[in-house]
Design a protein around this ligand. Sequence first.
Ligand SMILES: Cc1ncc(COP(=O)(O)O)c(C=O)c1O
Length: 471
Amino acid sequence: MKLLSEKATCNSHGQDSSYFLGWQEYEKNPYDEVQNPKGIIQMGLAENQLSFDLLESWLGQNPDAVGFKRNGESIFRELALFQDYNGLPAFKNALVKFMAEIRGNKVTFDSNNLVLTAGATSANETLMFCLADPGDAFLLPTPYYPGFDRDLKWRTGAEIVPIQCTSLNGFRITESALEESYRLAKSRNLRVKGVLVTNPSNPLGTTLTRKELELLVSFVAEKGIHLISDEIYSGTVFNSPKFFSVMEILIENNYMSTDVWDRVHIVYSLSKDLGLPGFRIGAIYSNDDVIVSAATKMSSFGLISSQTQYFLSVMLSDKKFMKKYISENQKRLKKRHAMLVKGLESTGINCLESNAGLFCWIDMRHLLKSNTFEAEIELWKKIVYEVGLNISPGSSCHCAEPGWFRACFANMSEDTLNLAVQRIKSSVDSSDVISTNVDQNNPTNQNTSTSPKKKLFSKWGFRLSFNDRER
Ligand SMILES: Cc1ncc(COP(=O)(O)O)c(C=O)c1O
């Protein structure tokens, strides 16, 4: 007799990708300036550690918030006993106001439509439980956050069907890509329940354009399906173009009185904008009462602790501080982003132009031995083991084109980021640098006299031949 369940023993957890394997390699040999200066630098973790000093100084000035106190009086007993799965009203009110503030107060949110969850991980899974039965599908633009294979599919039995986006248009979502994905799902006899996007995108670091959002909304309206917008990075937009939340688009286009209004759901979390992934603070926002009620019941499997809710209700309500925090944090992200982009550029490596997030989407297609995912993994291993950087290969994000990588820049000190860039530079400089005239925007066109010279890491023996590429 099998003593363990199918779920416990099945292989569908989604955590065996190179994204997570890179973390394991890092754990075995983590870089430390003093203890292990030759170790692997972790650039595969989308953590925001840039503004802890601001949070810590606020904590110093507001000891009550974390000391179980209100106006100097202990509220320990109140918090210790609190177990309402609707959440602390003060916290929910503060969170919806903060969400509106990040969206430039163009939209307001009703705390009655908010469901608290243990991070966006739980929010996304809970939405899947509410919207999809096992075998139902959600369409996701590629490349996408590798954790979705676990969060959306593992326990729910839902399926992900890719919406293939390519570098030809900067990985933008197009109508034909949406329709193709829908057809693919149908051809696999899957019932399509919705589309899920991350805005700003992980791993691209770009915000969806108004045009893309309008396209998405009209697509789900026409197909009669749901749209989930994971807006976990909404506070990290450090450059123009500005961020549009899907809610703004719904309001501007008068969808409020249509059935689409109830079929668009937002996921949010404070893991990235405030850099608090350990606190497990997430939320679902939906205009559909049935979903809010079902998700609230489900949320009892992953609540946010009462002391965390209390502490954040006080901090988020300090509007002056939060405004300053968000703008200062964005400035710091912008600076870090520029450091990485410029450093890579000086070695002949370009990044997709981006304006948000905690990472860059790096184009290393010209460094591949052949245009295959095998060559991408080969290059990735060299970068992890020889250069000493854990970055995430595009294949772990289901990118349709080999040769793209995600590198995070906000989970380390400035010195460590400089060292990471230095390591890449040395890898280039120490080798016989060779050059090619390949136009990266048009890899099939090799003979462009205007295209920039691209340096290659010849040390690794990777010679580019775009003709080798699998199409
Ligand atoms: C797009 C996206 N959604 C959800 C999550 C999970 O976040 P949380 O820590 O709030 O569970 C992440 C984390 O990297 C993410 O990038």
